[in-house]
Design a protein around this ligand. Structure first.
Ligand SMILES: Cc1cc2nc3c(=O)[nH]c(=O)nc-3n(C[C@H](O)[C@H](O)[C@H](O)COP(=O)(O)OP(=O)(O)OC[C@H]3O[C@@H](n4cnc5c(N)ncnc54)[C@H](O)[C@@H]3O)c2cc1C
Length: 271
């Protein structure tokens, strides 16, 4: 007890929370900058075809960026508060204010539930999947060009699986949605997360390509590779559970009768 306490950073669980935040924030910033570039191109490129293609990409990415970045903003501010322990919960250190400030973002400017419906119900079927192809095609082209890159191999292989999984989910939803409109509503939020994580994976590939080229110049790039590896090991696999959830369809969630949502109250009343 007389010795100095360990810094929190020695604990793997603290590192897990911090690395998750860094991996999500780096790819969120990249995704925003990448889409902002497409906004510029959709307005300024002299070639009308390129302007239109970029406009499609922006339309696709807008609900994704709005919702996943704000959802992760809430999750991350909550975990950063967690790292402060009890001091995070009380007012003095300002962590609870960060959390509260972040909590409005999934609600306003179109709730994230409505953004998910925009993606799954409007953007996905638009032009027989034309908007989706604006993302899928460059991502697939990147895989083809970099498949043989020794450094990138460990990232390209899981990314390809995640991307193909997203394509499969998109096809599944397009078919199911035709027979039952509840299917799209039941799948929308999970689809948003799946798409968001795959697009973050693509951003990580772009960042990692540069990081490997410059790793001997600066430790910044070496660290970037470690953070990217964490994303591929620990975050990208979440796309799998989203796909499984979507595959179960709307049946169970629509089968609970309305008064079934009240049963907890009734039970506590009798006890
Ligand atoms: C602090 C604050 C500041 C604000 N500032 C502004 C402002 O400056 N300007 C402005 O115009 N507005 C502002 N708003 C309003 C804000 O945009 C709305 O609160 C937000 O759009 C959600 O609408 P609602 O509150 O009516 O929720 P509702 O529309 O009632 O939604 C409730 C829940 O149901 C879900 N839901 C609703 N319809 C569907 C559907 N069809 N399918 C699936 N799910 C659905 C939603 O996702 C949500 O989870 C502000 C709100 C707050 C809290």
């Amino acid at each position: 007890p007389s010795e100095e306490a360990d810094p929190l950073l020695v604990h793997p669980d603290i590192r897990r929370m911090l690395l998750r935040a860094k991996a999500l924030i780096d790819s969120s910033r990249m995704l925003s900058a990448w889409t902002a570039l497409a906004i510029d191109r959709s307005v300024k490129d002299p070639d009308e075809k390129i302007r239109k293609a970029n406009n499609d990409l922006v339309e696709l990415m807008t609900p994704i960026i709005k919702s996943i970045l704000t959802d992760y903003g809430v999750e991350i501010s909550s975990e950063m508060l967690q790292i402060f322990g009890g001091h995070g919960y009380i007012r003095e250190y300002g962590m609870e204010q960060f959390y509260r400030d972040a909590r409005i973002a999934p609600i306003w400017e179109g709730t994230n539930g409505i953004q998910a419906m925009d993606l799954a119900g409007r953007k996905m079927p638009q032009g027989m999947g034309r908007l989706l192809r604006r993302f899928f095609h460059p991502a697939l082209a990147f895989i083809e060009v970099n498949r043989g890159d020794e450094n990138l191999k460990e990232f390209v292989i899981p990314f390809e699986k995640a991307l193909k999984g997203l394509q499969k989910t998109s096809m599944f939803m397009a078919q199911k949605g035709l027979s039952n409109p509840y299917e799209i509503g039941a799948a929308a939020s999970d689809y948003m997360k799946q798409f968001g994580l795959v697009s973050m994976g693509y951003m990580w590939l772009l960042m990692l390509k540069t990081a490997f080229l410059k790793q001997d110049e600066d430790d910044f790039y070496k660290n970037k590779i470690i953070i990217g590896r964490f994303f591929f090991e620990r975050i990208l696999p979440e796309t799998l559970s989203r796909a499984i959830a979507i595959g179960t369809g709307s049946k169970t969630m629509m089968s609970l009768p309305d008064d079934g949502f009240e049963s907890a109250n009734k039970f506590s009343g009798k006890a």
